[in-house]
Write a protein that binds this ligand. Structure first.
Ligand SMILES: [Zn+2]
Length: 395
């Protein structure tokens, strides 16, 4: 079957690393300036030196004043899992800005114990949430197709998480939606919306879905024989689709990023969520593939999303984490590079068995798919036993 990850077609064949952080030009949609500095570092510089945060803070107050309900009814939709970033976002909107958040959660594929505990603690700290667990047969099949054809089983989560907030906003008639950070600006990617407080939704497919949305996946699944004709007509899939534009426009629904209004520092969000929503870190230590203990903890399959990114782009989870911390001035580039060398691309073995069972594939098939995503300009068989090695690494 033809691969559906359109990002791979536009990958530059010559690998370059940012002069300031540890990210490379292989990250989708990232751009580099003439000085060799990546777009995320350029944005970070603005964030720390140029942006007038007091003014942005006043804009947030004005926005909340416009939408705040007088009778206590829900006035803002916050998509979130009870993790540190959504916990911070919902809590600060409620307590500092007097809003009444309805938190909507698109459930992880397989909750980790710590993820489920954090979610419950978040609810206990005073939030109403609506948690959607999509049809377990269809969701798994979709994950399997996404893994094979897009090299990322995580896609059905991305579709749902993105669309669910809008679907719930329409259902409850709440036009204001608040996300935490603008990931494209903060982690490197499209800078189109970096100076905007909200996201336009017309280009979702390109930016968030690797150039292939839910309907392309369903058709491919039908061809592969994973889905049958009846299954792909299931109404469950409406939850994975953004609502029709006329409905969004009629309500005036718009998704804002808190990171536009308030300086976004993941480490500070962690301390905040720990204090106010009883957020707890991974008891068993750091997450596989990186050195951090507090990000992306709630899903047993997360590690494979980051591992596949490492296979496709030669940069993994530790690169993302270290790059952000360098930009925030918490570590030096040298320290970041050492962390990348030590942890990037570590195989997520802890939940490997459960991941295979979830996708209903065997280990041989798994590795066949993994190897089919290794780009020849990034990988070579160079080890003593012919094992795969990256051709270019940060130094
Ligand atoms: Zn950079």
């Amino acid at each position: 079957m033809e691969k559906l990850d359109k990002q791979l077609e536009s990958q530059p064949k010559e690998v370059k690393f940012c002069a300031r952080c540890v990210v490379s030009n292989q990250r989708p949609r990232i751009t580099f300036g003439a000085d060799g500095v990546c777009s995320a570092c350029q944005y970070a510089w603005k964030k720390h030196h140029e942006i007038n945060w007091e003014k942005r803070g006043r804009e947030l107050v004005a926005l909340c004043d416009k939408y705040r309900s007088k009778d206590g009814s829900f006035d803002v939709v916050v998509p979130g899992s009870g993790g540190k970033d959504s916990g911070y976002t919902a809590h600060i909107l409620k307590t500092k800005y007097g809003m009444h958040p309805l938190v909507v959660t698109w459930a992880p594929f397989i909750y980790t114990d710590i993820g489920w505990k954090n979610f419950q603690n978040f609810v206990k700290s005073g939030f109403t949430t609506i948690n959607c667990f999509p049809n377990g047969i269809l969701h798994r099949k979709l994950a399997r197709i996404a893994f094979e054809l897009k090299g990322d089983a995580w896609e059905p989560f991305a579709f749902g998480q993105k669309a669910y907030a809008f679907n719930m906003a329409i259902k409850f008639g709440i036009p204001l939606i608040f996300y935490g950070e603008n990931g494209e600006a903060e982690y490197g990617g499209s800078t189109k919306d970096a100076d905007k407080s909200y996201e336009t939704i017309e280009n979702w497919e390109e930016v968030h879905f690797k150039g292939a949305g839910i309907d392309k996946l369903l058709r491919a699944g039908l061809k592969m024989g994973v889905f049958d004709e009846n299954e792909i007509k299931d109404k469950t899939f409406d939850l994975y689709r953004q609502p029709p534009l006329p409905e969004i426009k009629k309500l005036g629904a718009r998704m804002h990023w808190l990171s536009y209004y308030k300086k976004w520092v993941p480490q500070e969000n962690f301390y905040y969520a720990q204090k106010h929503t009883s957020f707890a870190v991974n008891e068993s230590g750091r997450s596989e593939g990186t050195y951090s203990k507090y990000a992306s903890l709630d899903d047993k399959t997360d590690g494979f999303h980051f591992y596949l990114a490492f296979i496709k782009f030669g940069i993994g989870r530790a690169t993302s984490d270290a790059a952000h911390e360098i930009r925030d001035g918490h570590i030096t580039r040298e320290e970041g590079a050492a962390l990348v060398k030590r942890y990037d691309g570590e195989f997520p073995k802890k939940y490997f068995k459960e991941f295979l069972e979830y996708l209903d594939i065997d280990e041989k098939r798994f590795w066949g798919i993994i190897d089919s995503y290794r780009q020849p300009h990034l990988w070579e068989r160079a080890g003593a036993n012919g094992e795969w090695k990256l051709k270019h690494q940060i130094n």
